[in-house]
Design a binder for this molecule. Structure first.
Ligand code: SAM
Length: 387
């Protein structure tokens, strides 16, 4: 395999040894599965194999020391802006002991800044629950959140599965894009499923006939598609909507992530799909490199996510670009509260806000999807092609 990274950025011997351990584990699983692993199982191992996967092992993943920087890592203004609708929701549910549930809390930065911002607004949740699949990240979250004042720290608790009943607000920033996806391909007269096989000891893509009914039901129309055409389907994201619908009694769920409606996701020009990998701030599209050392993500098909949520009884309350949503929630005014003369705070905050709002950066690629129990937004339905 040709090196993805230029020599000075290549991983050192310790990282490579770690990667080799994960490679051996994946090879064992390929052999156990008759020589072929569907891509979602491969991705699940590469990211979450206990103690070995990218998110489960001990490297720093997020923030300036990691390989990519998420919105909560850039500026506390992100959490402070999000805190407005969160506190409005919590206030409405007063008397029902509402909680916040954060999925996939990464370094814990959003949890910390959100709790501080909610305290300032004088609307605190009964508990701030975190559902995190990575033991390593959970330990990092615990370490960061011990720095909170006692009355806030005491509200934080981790859960290992979905709460049976949720009254409150669910937050998920860049979680859906980190869920394992299946990879499928259109070959002109039939669909295939793509998986990973071994050619001697090297990983190679291998196609199998597509026969999983859950994937077949989700295939896009083939009429305008070029050949070959490869893309992704994320069953884990739609399964998560079923969990949410079963759990949410009252309140709202916010999903912030990069992605598109179905018609853009399965656009003929996107013939290589949406997989993206990050290693050492270097982005590329080959998930077979450096197992355990690189992040693997796919864009979110927001139409599929919203459709499943609606089919399971939730209301699509909002869907818009992250820039539009953050502006509506008052991010610019919040930036204006920082004195221009306080350069140490103001300049990094301006640079982060510019990144979050600019259409050329995160502002339009990232979307906000809001699900709840109250009202349906007809414009959100129309944007997702669901009206
Ligand atoms: C790209 S990181 C984003 C972290 C953080 N939300 C942020 O914005 O910085 C994805 C996070 O989701 C977690 N995760 C992945 N699958 C999950 C699942 N099924 N349930 C809960 N968390 C999950 C990962 O361990 C990680 O913490």
């Amino acid at each position: 395999m040709s090196p993805i990274l230029p020599h000075p950025l290549a991983p050192g011997p310790q990282a490579l040894a770690h990667s080799e351990r994960l490679r051996s584990e994946i090879n064992r699983q390929i052999r156990q599965s008759a020589g072929w692993l569907d891509f979602s199982r491969f991705m699940a191992l590469a990211l979450y194999a206990p103690g070995l996967g990218y998110y489960s092992a001990g490297s720093v993943k997020l923030g300036a020391g990691g390989y990519f920087v998420t919105a909560p890592e850039m500026t506390s203004l992100f959490a402070e802006t999000w805190a407005r609708p969160v506190s409005d929701n919590l206030a409405k549910l007063q008397g029902q002991r509402p909680v916040v549930l954060e999925l996939g809390a990464g370094s814990g930065r959003l949890a910390r800044d959100m709790l501080l911002a909610l305290a300032q607004r004088e609307v605190l949740p009964e508990h701030y629950l975190i559902l995190e699949v990575s033991a390593d990240l959970r330990a990092r979250q615990e370490a960061l959140l011990t720095t909170l004042p006692k009355n806030l720290r005491e509200r934080v608790a981790w859960c290992s599965s979905w709460p049976e009943s949720l009254t409150g607000v669910l937050l998920a920033n860049e979680v859906l894009d980190a869920l394992p996806v299946h990879r499928v391909g259109w070959r002109g007269d039939h669909w295939v499923e793509l998986g990973i096989a071994l050619d001697r000891e090297a990983w190679v893509w291998q196609e199998r006939p597509l026969n999983d009914m859950r994937l077949i039901r989700r295939l896009p129309p083939t009429d305008p598609l070029p050949v070959p055409y490869d893309t992704e389907i994320c069953l884990a994201a739609t399964d998560l909507m079923v969990n949410l619908a079963q759990s949410l009694r009252a309140g709202r769920a916010y999903f912030i992530d990069y992605g598109f409606p179905e018609r853009e996701y399965y656009h003929p020009q996107r013939h290589e799909g949406t997989l993206m990998c990050h290693i050492r701030h270097h982005a590329h599209d080959d998930p077979l490199h450096y197992p355990g050392l690189q992040d693997i993500t796919a864009h979110v098909d927001f139409t599929a996510v919203a459709r499943t949520a609606i089919q399971n009884g939730l209301c699509l309350e909002d869907y818009r670009t992250m820039a539009g949503w953050l502006i509506e929630q008052g991010m610019i005014e919040r930036l204006g509260d920082i004195p221009v003369t306080d350069e140490a705070r103001y300049l990094p905050a301006v640079s982060a806000v510019q990144k979050l709002l600019s259409p050329a950066e995160m502002g339009e690629m990232f979307k906000v999807l809001v699900l709840g129990r109250e009202q349906t937004s007809s414009s959100a339905l129309a944007m997702l092609g669901l009206s």
